[in-house]
Design a protein around this ligand. Structure first.
Ligand code: ADP
Length: 219
């Protein structure tokens, strides 16, 4: 993967977690926070760290913010600071700006000022956890549209040793298994003869209703 340069404004729980992971994934990250302690904590993890107030235009100019491929505004509670830092990054010409919102209204303001993506970490995580709590086999999912989803389903005991032909999710529910993640590797586009084993994970695509019916049949 190509190295991308990120600038993260705000090194609280959200910003520091994004920064650490981006570094793990081989990217370059400049972290900015006005709190010296937060900066100290990450000074050996991130590529560069700066103690600064990101609502000051001069500060963002002097750290060369405009040269970064992506800016992440991870300031939460101080909504004014979040909005100001976002506007400044956009005005300086950062190609892509992603910002965290703590409320719907905060998110709407961020959208109005042209942020490329608004993230609602608590709200989205809450929704995700709720889905997982009601469907124990559901490990993760991606909503492709309002109607279609890709879901990762753990293979339950009742399906182990069965082939996809026997399980027949497409014939019974209309959803398709597009991959099986096995301990020894992933099987892409499995055939009807592929057999499910304990600890396998099925990657299923279909409408929300089809996947829900399949889940209920194995839950
Ligand atoms: P989280 O829930 O992710 O921990 P917080 O809102 O608690 O989010 O943390 C946001 C971080 O952003 C804090 O470390 C805070 O010091 C930093 N921050 C807030 N305002 C500014 C600013 N104007 N410039 C730089 N950093 C800021």
């Amino acid at each position: 993967m190509k190295t991308t340069q990120f600038v993260i404004i705000g090194l609280g729980r959200f910003g520091s977690s994004i920064g650490r992971e981006l570094i793990e994934l081989g990217n370059e990250v400049l972290g900015v926070d006005r709190d010296e302690e937060k900066v100290q904590e990450l000074s050996t993890v991130l590529t560069h760290t700066v103690i600064a107030d990101a609502t000051e235009e001069e500060v963002l100019r002097s750290i060369g913010a405009r040269n970064f491929d992506c800016g992440v505004v991870a300031i939460g509670d101080d909504i004014q600071a979040s909005i100001l830092a976002t506007i400044l990054l956009k005005e300086l010409g950062v190609k892509k700006v992603v910002a965290k919102a703590v409320s719907e209204l905060h998110g709407r303001v961020l959208e109005r000022i042209g942020v490329d993506r608004v993230i609602y970490p608590e709200r989205d995580m809450g929704i995700r956890v709720a889905h997982q709590l009601v469907s124990p086999n559901l490990l993760d999912y991606i909503e492709l549209s309002k109607q279609y989803t890709i879901a990762e389903l753990a293979v339950p005991a009742c399906l182990t040793g069965k082939s996809l032909a026997e399980v027949n999710p497409r014939g019974r529910f209309g959803c398709s298994v597009v991959a099986i993640n096995k301990l020894k590797g992933i099987v892409i586009a499995p055939t009807a003869d592929d057999v499910l084993a304990e600890k396998d994970v099925m990657v299923v695509i279909g409408t929300n209703d089809q996947i829900e019916e399949f889940q209920e049949s194995i839950g």
